[in-house]
Design a binder for this molecule. Structure first.
Ligand code: COA
Length: 260
């Protein structure tokens, strides 16, 4: 697939995905969603890609939401289908088994906030703005906002944002736990890459299973989640990387992980 609305650049194992409709503040029309779905599949399946950063083109917006022009034309069935397509695309990033970081460089509204929440970590530039303004338009969040926002920030704060449509700045987003860190705008991509490369220096299979345990475990009882964790813990003992990581510590040297 040749992307029209997305830049996809892979460098030394890191894929940088830039949503590229700056004149429309990178709003997610159907084409962007389709291209992102394709890109998510690439991130999940290509061995040369070890992790990804998602950002928006220009200096103003990460993603200013779903494309309101598209939404204005939808009826109940294609509306539902659109929500399901967007949700599936986000879920593919969330479950791709490799770390995905949102580098939020401006407005992250509606679907933009939802895309950021489906990433594993979120860095925000100090000029970023977050919100779920759907109710102002007569719709409700459709790309996972009603589900991921309360999981990230708690039910009370999530409902405050979803019911009022209020926008919050990067520092408030950090205070409520919606973003992991706020950095100056001109350092955002470098900081995101530094964070990602730090994770990529860890044992990849351990990172993969930790991601899976947190993702799956949140939907389980504590007993089930603990059992899943113990199973992963045991499974990792079969990897060469676990042996290497422990041996390297004991030999006081840096480990060399092989993803095996
Ligand atoms: N869908 C489609 N187009 C959008 C868009 C969206 N979600 N958000 C912005 N745009 C377009 C605008 O229509 C405008 O296009 P135009 O130049 O062809 O008229 C362009 O992007 C620039 O936006 P503009 O509104 O002029 O910028 P601003 O700085 O005055 O305001 C926002 C920025 C983000 C506050 C404002 O664009 C906005 O409220 N956008 C919608 C946010 C939203 O409700 N998102 C959730 C959708 S479910």
């Amino acid at each position: 697939m040749t992307y029209q609305t997305l830049l996809f650049d892979v460098r030394d194992g890191v894929a940088v995905l830039t949503i590229n409709r700056p004149d429309k503040l990178n709003a997610l029309n159907d084409q962007v969603v389709d291209e992102l779905a394709h890109a998510a599949e690439r991130v999940a399946t290509e061995d040369a890609i070890h992790g990804a950063i998602i950002t928006g083109a220009g200096t103003k917006a990460f993603i200013a939401g779903a494309d309101i022009g598209d939404l204005a034309k939808q009826g109940p069935f294609d509306g539902k289908a659109r929500a399901l397509r967007g949700q599936a695309m986000l879920r593919r990033f969330e479950t791709c088994g490799k770390p995905v970081i949102a580098a939020v460089n401006g407005y992250a509204l509606g679907g933009g906030c939802e895309l950021a929440m489906a990433c594993h970590l979120r860095l925000a530039s100090d000029n970023a703005t977050f919100g779920q303004p759907e109710v102002k338009l007569g719709i409700a969040p459709g790309y996972g906002g009603t589900q991921r926002l309360p999981r990230l920030v708690g039910k009370g704060v999530a409902l405050q944002l979803i019911l009022t449509g209020e926008m919050i700045d990067a520092h408030e987003a950090y205070r409520i736990g919606l973003v992991n860190k706020v950095v100056p705008a001109d350092q955002l991509l470098a900081e995101a890459e530094k964070l990602l490369r730090g994770i990529l220096a860890m044992a990849p299979l351990a990172v993969r299973l930790a991601l899976e345990a947190v993702d799956q475990g949140l939907e389980m009882t504590l007993e089930e989640g603990l059992l899943l964790e113990a199973n992963h813990f045991g499974l990792l003992a079969a990897t060469r990387d676990m042996k290497e990581g422990l041996r390297a510590f004991l030999e006081k040297r840096a480990p060399k992980f092989e993803n095996r």
